[in-house]
Every structure is written in C-alpha cells, then in structure tokens.
Design a protein around this ligand. Structure first.
Ligand SMILES: [Zn+2]
Length: 310
C-alpha cells in the first residue's frame, strides 16, 4: 500500500508518496506555506497532493500540522502559521476536495511515529519520543499506537512543571520543562544573565542574532561556565520529566531528538541519564536513546499515521 504524506511547516509544505510499512518515500512536491490564513494553506495542500498524484493512485492522505489537533482531526490553532487561530475541520474540508480519505495529526506526533516504526524506537510497544529544539515537544506511543489524546495534548512533555515558581515559559506558565531545556528558554536565561552582568559565551558567540544549537555546542567546548550551568539545568529538567513519565507509563524506551539533541549528541543523552535529579523511579528503568535523524520524518510519520488510523 502506498499513501501520501504531507508535512505542513511554518515555511513550506512538502508532499511525498510513503510506504507506511518500510517508511520508504518517493516523489516530492514542495510549495511555500501561504501567509494569509488556513483557507489558503488548505488550498496549497490540495495543490501539492494533486501535483504529486494527478492520476489518483493513492486514496489515503496523512497530514502533519504544527498545531493542536483533536481526536477528530480538527486543528484548533497553529501558532507558527499566520492567521490560523480558529478551529478548522481539516479532514471535513480537504477530504471531499481531494476525493481521498484525509487523516490529520500534530507534526511532532508524526515525527514520533516515524522514530517508532523505522527509527530508534523500533521493536518497543511503549515509547516516548522527546524533541528538544526551540521548544520541547513529545509524542507518546502506547501499545504500539500513537496516543494523542482527545484534545491533542498527550505527549506534551514541554509543559510539565519541573521547578515550582521556576523560570517563565513561553506559554505563560512558570517552571515548565521547556523553559529549561528548549533553545529559546536557554537563550532567554543567557541574555538575562548577560544583562545582569554575567557575561557568557552564548551571548558573545551569537551577538544580536538568535542563539543556535551550534552556539551552545561551541560555548560548552570552550568551557563557558554559564553554558555548562544552563545545560546542566536542561539535563536536570529532562531527567525529572522523563523519569516521572517513564514511571507512570512503565515506558520501555525514551528516544531523544530535535535540534539541540542532534547538535550535542550522545554526551547530552548520557548527561540526562546520569543526572542526579531524576523523576520517579528514575531513568535507569527505561532505555534512553539518541534518535536517528530520519529524512523527512514528518512526511513519513504522517503517512504512517494515516495508515494506522484508517
Ligand atoms: Zn509552558
């Protein structure tokens, strides 16, 4: 069986044919993401699908979107897509237009499914995949299937509280994991410290530009004390969150990916596993692994999701 996988990103929309069993992808149609709201985005998705498959050889389409998706495929909002701030029934609108069955999921959950079937999570039924990038997202696989939750919140590890009255999170909460481990949270703290007179290599290396994962890596390599402290904090926050979830859900394995993890690699994974501040019964009860940085994971995972949910 071949399905169509579509990844809707903040800047581009990509469609490919996907074999949901092997994860092999073929064909490729790409368009920029329209900036004038969900109606234009859906029209662009319909265009890439029809351009990829003009002869309608595939009758199933999986779509990953960067937003909150409920159990019926209604996308509540997409913060990274301008104008998408009201709920849209994507399968209801796109299914009839495409003449195909449409399944929609959150893009992070699609990436987690790809790790489960063809990446570092293979062979495990109960798995958490954590992506540490600008923010921190996660996807939860239980009994071999994605568990997204009725409201689409399952797996949202980034907003677990890890420190009471802790650092402010981008969501408006305090002390959330993402405020400590996400790249944007690390940048906020590094800049606040520099402004308070605590000069550090993170701010020195990035200047006025965004502090990237490579700046964090370089600052650590140079032995910068603030960078080391902030990465210790990130490892602590991840160890608390992952350890707690692994305990509650009796997880066999946790896979880590995303820009920060990809850059810092196995030493960062080891640091999390060995953190003194573990949650619950600890990380030693589960197998913590580096993800496989799969090509087009969002597209492949969207195809897998569609085949699973049909
Ligand atoms: Zn938060």
């Amino acid at each position: 069986m071949t399905v169509i996988g579509v990844d809707v990103g903040g800047t581009k929309i990509l469609a490919r044919f996907v074999d949901p069993v092997t994860g092999a992808a073929s064909g490729r149609v790409k368009k920029p993401t329209p900036k004038d709201g969900p109606a234009s985005v859906l029209a662009a998705v319909a265009d890439v699908v029809d351009e990829l498959d003009p002869d309608r050889t595939a009758d199933l389409v999986g779509i990953g979107v960067p937003g909150l998706v409920d159990g019926a495929g209604v996308v509540a909002r997409c913060p990274n897509i301008s104008g998408w701030d009201t709920p849209v029934d994507v399968p209801g609108e796109l299914g009839p237009r495409l003449g195909r069955t449409v399944v929609v999921g959150n893009d992070v959950n699609c990436g987690a499914l790809a790790e489960h079937r063809i990446g570092a999570g293979q062979g495990v039924d109960d798995l958490l995949v954590v992506f540490v990038g600008t923010g921190v997202g996660g996807g939860l696989i239980l009994d071999g299937s994605l568990r997204a939750g009725d409201r689409g919140i399952a797996g949202e590890i980034g907003h677990l509280t890890v420190v009471a009255d802790g650092r402010p999170c981008g969501c408006g909460g305090d002390g959330h994991l993402e405020a400590y481990a996400g790249r944007a949270g690390i940048e906020r703290e590094a800049r606040a410290r520099a402004a308070a007179g605590e000069r550090n290599a993170l701010v020195d290396l990035a200047g006025d530009a965004t502090i990237k994962s490579r700046h964090i890596d370089k600052a650590l390599e140079a032995g910068d004390a603030v960078a080391e402290e902030l990465i210790d904090d990130a490892a602590m926050a991840l160890a608390i969150g992952i350890g707690n979830l692994a305990t509650v859900l009796d997880l066999e394995r946790v896979v880590l990916g995303g820009g920060v993890v990809d850059k810092l690699g196995q030493p960062f994974v080891d640091q999390i596993a060995q953190s003194a501040h573990v949650g619950g019964f600890g990380i030693e009860m589960c197998d913590l692994r580096l993800g496989q940085r799969l090509d087009d994971a969002g597209v492949v995972g969207a195809g897998i999701l569609a085949a699973d949910r049909r």
